[in-house]
Design a protein around this ligand. Structure first.
Ligand code: SAM
Length: 244
């Protein structure tokens, strides 16, 4: 999977992605991250990439031309038109299903805005998807781009040690993950649930499923509405939610 990030702060992208699991994935060549500096494509001598908004108002807007030229420099090296994601608070909210869809692309271009945003005309020309990482406003698109790349990269085969671990996580089947425990068995008087020490695989699976149901009902009832539960599970949840 090859990420191409159009940004005014390429070092932020490279330094952020170069660590931990994504860093190892880059070393192994499972993912590549090409950070393209939009400022390299300005034609004015002061390397200015922004200007005042037409119609007035606060702040500055990134100009269309350098963004377009930066895009062209990426596109001309690819065999077909890539998917281009503009990260913006105005986009659809990013989620695991979107990440799964994006992870099927071989090339993914991400465009990061800054200041008040980007001239709409170039967005109309090059952008295929507009994606937000949540209902809040950040100073730039670099963190959203990294959030998305981190999430998408974990779904690329080989990036996680164990591919199964990406399959049984929160949001899989619209449920949150069950609680996890590791050694020691007792920590400051609190014990690991006994069932996890039983070695009885089927009972452990049942307990985990029930914990997922309870957690999702408590913290994300909106998700639970979309999850597929058996009648028995629905009944169990009604009886046990109050007790928990
Ligand atoms: N004026 C814009 C608005 O009200 O929608 C906000 C611009 S923001 C200060 C600068 C850039 O940060 C945006 O162009 C976008 O690329 C990025 N950004 C900020 N918040 C974001 C979010 N929640 N999701 C995705 N990108 C975001």
């Amino acid at each position: 999977m090859n990420f191409h990030v159009m940004t005014l702060f390429p070092e932020m992208i490279i330094n952020g992605m170069n660590t931990s699991i994504t860093g190892r994935a880059m070393e192994k060549g499972l993912i590549t991250v090409n950070a393209v500096n939009i400022r390299d494509f300005t034609k004015n001598k002061h390397l200015k990439v922004d200007d005042y908004p037409y119609g007035g108002g606060a702040g500055l807007v990134m100009q269309a031309e350098p963004v377009y030229l930066a895009y062209e420099s990426i596109e001309k090296k690819l065999s077909k038109k890539p998917r281009v994601i503009f990260v913006t608070p105005c986009g659809k909210t990013f989620n695991q299903t979107m990440a799964e869809e994006f992870s099927k692309e071989e090339e993914l271009v991400i465009l990061c805005g800054h200041y008040e945003g980007i001239d709409e005309r170039v967005l109309e020309m090059i952008v295929t998807d507009q994606v937000s990482i949540g209902d809040y406003v950040l100073t730039g698109g670099e963190l959203p781009a990294m959030v998305m790349m981190d999430c998408i990269a974990r779904l690329v085969p080989g990036v996680l040690h164990n591919d199964v671990s990406a399959e049984f996580e929160s949001f899989h089947e619209n449920l949150l993950e069950y609680p996890q425990y590791t050694r020691p068995e007792e920590f400051m008087g609190k014990s690991v649930p006994e069932i996890l020490l039983s070695g009885h695989h089927a009972n452990v699976e049942k307990w985990r499923r029930e914990q997922s149901l309870i957690r999702t009902a408590k913290y994300r009832p909106d998700l639970l509405e979309k999850a597929e539960l058996t009648d028995k599970e629905k009944e169990w949840l009604v009886q046990n939610l109050k007790k928990s």
